[in-house]
Structure formats: C-alpha cells, structure tokens
Write a protein that binds this ligand. Structure first.
Ligand SMILES: O=C(O)CCC(=O)C(=O)O
Length: 292
C-alpha cells in the first residue's frame, strides 16, 4: 500500500524509500539468478587460469568478493564489468519482479496509469574496494543523453539484496534536487558524468541506509551517488526502470534503437489483458542475441 504521505515525499524529495515492501520469497529467486551468473563467471575465470580456486563454499555475499580480490591481483586481469544486465541476467524471475504488483502499484501511482518496463535493468556487484563501482553525483538523465522535457519521465527502482549503509556503499542523494530539472554536467577523470556546479548548490546530502526488502523509487532528475564499499562482502543490488506507456524513446540518445538494444514491455495497464507476458519479452531479447 503506497500512502499519500509517501507519494508526497516522492514529489517533494524526488525519491522515496518504501520500507519492507518485498519479502524473502520474492528476493531469494533474484539472488539465485545472480548466483548462477557468478557460477558462470567463476567457471570462465578459472578456465582462463585467472583464478586458482572456485570459492564454492562461500556465501552469496562473500563468494564474488573473494573471486574479485584474487582475479584483480592477476597480472592479466582485463577490465571487469561493473554492472551486470541484459541477456546475462535475463530470466523469468526478472520479469516477475518487474510485474510484481507491489512495484507496479507504486510505479503506476507515480507515472501511470499504464507503464512500460525498460530493458535496462542492472545487477551491481559492488565488491570491497572496487573504485570502478563508485559513481559520481549524477542525475540518471546525464546518461540517457536524449531530449529533456517535463513529460519525459523514467522512474528508477533500486533494491538492495543485502543491508546497505555508508560502510558498504549505500546510495547518497540530494532531496529536492529533481526540481532543478536537467542540470549542466561534464565528464570527470573516470569518464563519469558529474554536475558542473558544486553539489552543495543543489541542497543537503543524505545517506540512505536500507534493509533487504526496502525499495527506493527515484526520479530521473534526482541527484544521487554511490560510494566505496569498505566492508569485506559484496554490496549486491538490482535496479529496474519504468516509463509511462507509449512515451517516445526521445529521452534516450539511442531513440527507438533503445527498445531494440534493451527490449521494453508493457508491465501494467488499467486493462490487464494488454500486459505482455514473459514469453513475448524473452522472444524480443532472443531476436537480439549478441553475435558470438
Ligand atoms: O547501485 C549503485 O551503486 C548506483 C545506482 C545508480 O546510480 C542508479 O541506479 O542510477
């Protein structure tokens, strides 16, 4: 149930954290999809001789941290992927999460009545000390790079898969910064986009510690950043995005190509018969399999 106070908080702050929206029954299969992806990556790195062991007995939180620590010490380690998504993570479990009535209920209250699930969903393996996963202050629109207009909206939905706080790199935000609209940005030394003006000119920074089951919804103009993980475990999270159904893809620099590269589907509608099923979404991904 999304209260009027939570909706007002989203409008005031440009984000809202809904506490304990999801349960373990929903999140366990998500962790299993990620654990299978870890298995595949471990097999590959082991097969290439880049790690000496598979760390099989380790927990979900620690296994990738240990693999990552060994792998990055290897003299032939290539740059690794700091976000995992697209075909590699695609699974019916992701479809089920995108169409979960607890998420779509809030997303439709914010940008509905009908909503498209965007195909750019990301799992973030923020490993201890991995500075490539720290993200400078940004509005998501910096990275979309398309047309900016008030009616073009993309709602981000961010879910931790472990408890997060400033020690392991929870999100930091500037409440109310979405009201500045799209602000000027430039690339920093890591090629991340960041505001030209000091962050303090947009408001006060807050850390947002979250527990497993909490869900954050934020506007594409809300300034946020992601710090370093100082713990000894991976800060796992997954984020999804929704747009109002039928919205043109102008908000993204790829335009209509976005929907080819990141297939989208109708995730909720006042007419439930219109909602697209998993098979239809999966078929669109399969039509665009990477060439091997
Ligand atoms: O998960 C993170 O560390 C960063 C997430 C983020 O910046 C985003 O989803 O836009």
């Amino acid at each position: 149930m999304f209260s009027a106070a939570e909706k007002a908080a989203f409008e005031r702050d440009g984000y809202v954290v809904v506490r304990q929206l999801l349960d373990e029954q929903t999140l366990v299969p998500v962790r299993q999809v990620i654990a299978r992806s870890v298995d595949r990556r471990v097999e590959q790195l082991h097969g290439q001789g880049l790690i000496g062991q598979r760390y099989e007995g380790e927990s979900f939180e620690r296994r990738w941290a240990r693999v990552f620590a060994e792998y990055t010490r290897h003299p032939h380690a290539a740059p690794h992927l700091t976000v995992w998504g697209r075909h590699d993570i695609l699974d019916r479990v992701i479809y089920d999460l995108y169409t979960d009535p607890r998420l779509t209920g809030i997303a439709t209250a914010l940008i509905g009545p009908a909503i498209t699930a965007n195909g750019d969903f990301w799992v973030r393996p923020k490993a201890p000390g991995d500075l490539s996963t720290t993200l400078a202050w940004h509005q998501d629109s910096f990275y979309y790079g398309g047309v900016v207009a008030d009616h073009l909206q993309v709602l981000s939905v961010w879910m931790p898969l472990v408890d997060v706080d400033p020690r392991n790199g929870c999100l930091k935000l500037v409440p109310g910064s979405h009201r500045f609209g799209r602000i000027p940005a430039r690339a920093n030394q890591n090629n991340h986009q960041e505001p030209v003006e000091p962050i303090g000119s947009y408001g006060q920074i807050v850390d947002e510690p979250m527990g497993v089951g909490d869900v954050m919804f934020f506007h594409n103009h809300t300034l946020h950043a992601s710090g370093e993980n100082h713990s000894d475990q991976v800060r796992w999270s997954i984020d999804l995005r929704y747009s109002p159904a039928g919205q043109p893809f102008d908000w993204h620099k790829m335009g209509d190509e976005f929907n080819v590269h990141y297939p989208c589907f109708l995730a909720a509608s006042p007419d439930p018969a219109q909602v697209e099923n998993w098979e239809a979404w999966q078929a669109r991904w399969q039509a665009n399999l990477p060439k091997t």
